[in-house]
Design a protein around this ligand. Structure first.
Ligand SMILES: CC(=O)N[C@H]1[C@@H](OP(=O)(O)OP(=O)(O)OC[C@H]2O[C@@H](n3ccc(=O)[nH]c3=O)[C@H](O)[C@@H]2O)O[C@H](CO)[C@@H](O)[C@@H]1O[C@H](C)C(=O)N[C@@H](C)C(=O)N[C@H](CCC(=O)O)C(=O)O
Ligand SMILES: Nc1ncnc2c1ncn2[C@@H]1O[C@H](COP(=O)(O)OP(=O)(O)OP(=O)(O)O)[C@@H](O)[C@H]1O
Length: 517
């Protein structure tokens, strides 16, 4: 596409050089630049993209979008100075990829927990009902059998728009996308024409970035205010969790029609008669399209909320309730989200992605209701992220589990001991139940200990990492997959020849190591 066409909608401070250029792509990372690219210099949290402009030119960039004047750039390179490079990036990406969201029916899901599960539920229902649907989120971008890996839950706007374009090329009618608070804050979804916005919930997370819950909640509400205030042929819908206290404020911020869902409070779509079983959940759902009974394979009250949100999205798209029911009852769950791992052992192991207080509490609450014996939990907290949630998560784990092992997650630049100390602050001397806990720095060792402790009827929750296959330690990505570790350790436990004699003791109290580092 010609640079001058791309620049048309932009507010520009200054242009230096030729604009009748053919642009082959848009890039924000000098290491990804190809010949003929337009390189957008973004100020970042670690670096300033302007510092890499010359590398981008050497890699093949023929034009630059900048916020500052650059001095060392060869004169044949076009430099376009704009007031705000991030805003410019969103507009450029939208134009470059042919405004794909004006042709896709776009559904955005935001919230602290449940985005991945809800987007997968929506994708599943839509695909089952012959509405070809693409998905973007923490796990991947996918449409049909085509998949691409994503670095962020919500990619930067140039990647996002490229993904939408790919979906259109694969025949998508709908796109369902997880919208993180970081993405809303950084304007990654600016330019996206959302048709439906969904809120799962707002609870404590990411306060390293957003600083306060007020700020975090305000950022999430942007998805709803950005639905726009025009009423065209297509009606915009905001789907809100009636049991979350932020919802009335979010309703006020949007001009769209509102559908509420919930369990406790009055709602347009409401679940009742909820029964948790070992292999699923049954419930009654009352909607503005009548009522039905559901027998889900999903476990957990939190998943009832995710299902209600997905029902709301589906009914807004006029999919009949009975068809929604049939699709939901076939849904098997999402990888690493309350996923039972079975390798012939005589106790339950749940692999889960809960990495904040509310997620962990929900998961352990659910696990407790299905457990006849003792409940064990392995969990950790990430380094260089929200320190405030560490003691809270430890307290949650120790309150619900009969025995909790605190261990390492992505430690990044921090020392594992220091993260564990922060966690232990939450259980030391506080008014928590007298359940046992310990801290084991090595994650594999922590999982090994808990598996050895488990006996028939017990349940082990390995939380925090779900689908992840690497641990980030300093600046290294070290292969570590909880699922593989669990299966490997179960292999030795379920194989009697390898079963270690020393673990035959059944008394957790005696075996629990000291509750200190
Ligand atoms: C805090 C944050 O969001 N950081 C994002 C940001 O990185 P950054 O600001 O640190 O970038 P930087 O390293 O300072 O570099 C600044 C600029 O220089 C460029 N650069 C840098 C080095 C170089 O050699 N050449 C070069 O051109 C970079 O590409 C960038 O454009 O821009 C990068 C490129 O788009 C993102 O990948 C990166 O996300 C990182 C991986 C991240 O962890 N983000 C998290 C906080 C995040 O966004 N999470 C949410 C979900 C959270 C959740 O719900 O759990 C998400 O949507 O993923
Ligand atoms: N509606 C919900 N309410 C509370 N906790 C939930 C809910 N849904 C899922 N969880 C818990 O949160 C974990 C993450 O779920 P999911 O991946 O669907 O959320 P997410 O919002 O996509 O998370 P992330 O943004 O970190 O990728 C699950 O493993 C489960 O423990």
């Amino acid at each position: 596409m010609k640079l001058n066409l791309l620049l048309n909608p932009l507010l520009i401070k200054q242009v230096q050089g030729e604009v009748e250029l053919d642009i082959s792509g848009i890039e924000i990372d000098s290491r990804q630049v190809m010949q003929g690219c337009l390189f957008v210099c973004l100020p970042g949290t670690v670096h300033d993209g302007h510092e890499f402009a010359i590398q981008a030119v050497h890699a093949g960039a023929i034009a630059l979008i900048t916020e500052k004047e650059l001095t060392d750039i060869p004169s044949h390179i076009t430099i376009v100075q704009v007031p705000d490079a991030r805003r410019a990036l969103a507009i450029l990406a939208d134009v470059f990829y042919g405004q794909p969201t004006s042709r896709l029916k776009l559904i955005g899901v935001t919230g602290t927990n449940g985005k991945t599960t809800t987007t997968h539920l929506v994708e599943h229902i839509f695909n089952e009902n012959n509405k070809r649907t693409g998905l973007i989120g923490t796990l991947y971008m996918r449409i049909g059998n085509y998949r691409e890996q994503t670095v962020n839950t919500t990619p930067e706007s140039h990647m996002l728009q490229r993904n939408f374009r790919t979906m259109l090329e694969h025949g998508a009618e709908y796109a369902v996308v997880e919208v993180s608070s970081h993405a809303l804050d950084m304007g990654r979804v600016r330019g996206c024409q959302f048709r439906t916005a969904v809120l799962t919930n707002v609870t404590h997370d990411h306060l390293d970035y957003h600083a306060s819950m007020e700020r975090y909640s305000d950022t999430k509400s942007l998805l709803f205010s950005q639905l726009g205030s025009a009423y065209g042929d297509e009606s915009k819908v905001a789907i809100l969790n009636a049991d979350d206290p932020v919802s009335p404020l979010y309703a006020r911020k949007t001009a769209a029609q509102v559908i509420t869902y919930g369990i406790q409070n009055d709602a347009d779509i409401r679940a009742s008669e909820i029964q948790m079983k070992p292999d699923g959940t049954s419930l009654r759902v009352d909607t503005f399209q009548g009522w039905t009974h559901l027998d889900l394979k999903l476990l957990g009250m939190f998943n009832v909320y995710n299902v209600l949100a997905a029902i709301a999205v589906s009914l807004a798209e006029r999919i009949p309730l009975q068809q929604v029911k049939q699709s939901l009852e076939m849904f098997e769950g999402v990888t690493g989200r309350f996923e039972p791992i079975y390798a012939g052992q005589d106790f339950t192991i749940i692999l889960d992605y809960a990495h904040n207080p509310d997620g962990l509490e929900n998961v352990l609450q659910t696990a407790k209701t299905m457990t006849q014996g003792r409940l064990f939990c392995v969990c950790g907290c990430e380094g260089d992220k929200d320190r405030m949630k560490r003691p809270i998560m430890a307290r949650v784990a120790a309150s619900y589990a009969d025995f909790a092992i605190f261990t390492s997650d992505n430690t990044r630049s921090e020392e594992p001991d220091s993260i564990l100390s922060d966690m232990l602050e939450g259980v030391k001397g506080g008014p928590i139940p007298s359940n046992g806990y310990t801290a084991v720095v090595d994650r594999r060792e922590a999982i090994s200990q808990v598996i050895e402790l488990a006996r028939p009827g017990d349940c082990v929750v390995i939380a925090g990492r779900g689908h992840e296959t690497h641990l980030i330690v300093k600046d290294q990505r070290i292969p570590f997959d909880d699922r593989e570790v669990i299966l490997e350790l179960l292999g030795s436990k379920t194989n009697p020849a390898l079963y270690p004699e020393k673990w035959v003791d059944d008394d957790v109290g005696v075996r629990a190591p000291e509750a200190s580092l």
